[in-house]
Write a new protein. Structure first.
Length: 224
C-alpha cells in the first residue's frame, strides 16, 4: 500500500463504520469498527468491483455519502469563495468536488488491508464539537505513516470532513490548489472541471496537489 492509495481510502473505511454506529458512540469507537466493516464488504466482492467501475463507485457512495459531511468539507475548501458563491454555485461545487474525489481515490478502497491500520488511543474531549482520531498505517516498505481523521459532531452522530497524512491536510491542500485556480479562472470554471473529472472518472497525480500553509478557515456550518 503506497501513500497515494491510502490517502482517502481509510476515509471510506471510517465511513463504513458509521453505517452500523450510533450517535452515542465516540469517534474512536466508530473508527475501531470501521476497518472490519469495509473488510467484510470487500471480502467476497473485490474481483467483481475491480472489473466494474460503476459498481465500485456505487458501493463507495452508498457507504460514504450519508456519513461524510460534504457541505462542511466544501466550505472549508472554498473558504472565502464560499461566502461570495451563490446557492446554486455552492450546491454544484459540493456535488462536483465530492464525486471527483470519490472517483480519484476509488482504487485505494480495493487495496484496503485492515491489518495495516492501527487506531491510537483517543485524547479528545468527549463533549467537543470536533474531534481528531489518530491512526497509523504500515506501508509496503514497512514504514509507518500517521493518518488522522477530522470529525464533526452532528445531530445524527459523528461525520468525517478531513484526512491529514504526515501533517498535511487534504482540506488545506485542495483549498490552496482551488483558490489559485479560481483566481486564475473562475469558480464556475473550477466546478465545470470537477464535473468533467467526476463524469469520466479521470484521475490526477497527487503531485498536482500543492501543500498548503496556514490554518484552515472554519466557516459557519449548519448542524445537520
Amino acid at each position: 500500500m503506497n501513500r497515494r492509495v491510502f490517502t482517502w481510502l481509510a476515509a471510506a473505511a471510517l465511513a463504513a463504520g458509521f453505517a452500523t454506529s450510533h450517535a452515542e458512540e465516540s469517534p474512536v469507537d466508530v473508527v475501531t469498527g470501521a476497518a472490519d466493516a469495509l473488510a467484510a464488504a470487500l471480502r467476497d466482492n473485490r474481483p467483481a468491483l475491480e472489473a466494474d467501475r460503476a459498481a465500485l463507485y456505487a458501493m463507495i457512495d452508498g457507504i460514504l455519502e450519508p456519513r461524510f459531511d460534504r457541505r462542511y468539507a466544501a466550505q472549508l475548501v472554498l473558504a472565502r469563495s464560499w461566502r461570495s458563491a451563490s446557492d446554486d454555485q455552492r450546491a454544484a461545487f459540493i456535488d462536483a468536488f465530492y464525486n471527483a474525489m470519490l472517483r480519484k481515490y476509488a482504487d485505494g478502497v480495493l487495496q484496503f488491508d485492515e491489518d495495516r491500520l492501527t487506531v491510537l488511543p483517543f485524547r479528545g474531549e468527549p463533549d467537543a464539537k470536533r474531534a481528531t482520531v489518530k491512526t497509523e498505517v504500515v506501508l509496503d516498505d514497512g514504514s509507518t505513516v500517521p493518518v488522522n481523521y477530522g470529525l464533526v459532531r452532528r445531530k445524527a452522530g459523528w461525520k468525517v470532513y478531513d484526512v491529514t497524512i504526515e501533517g498535511i491536510s487534504y482540506v488545506r491542500n485542495f483549498r490552496t490548489e482551488l483558490a489559485a485556480e479560481i483566481n486564475a479562472t473562475s469558480l464556475d470554471a473550477v466546478i465545470s472541471r470537477l464535473q468533467g473529472a467526476a463524469g469520466d472518472g479521470a484521475s490526477e497525480d497527487d503531485s498536482d496537489v500543492v501543500a498548503a500553509s496556514g490554518a484552515v478557515e472554519d466557516p459557519t456550518s449548519d448542524d445537520e
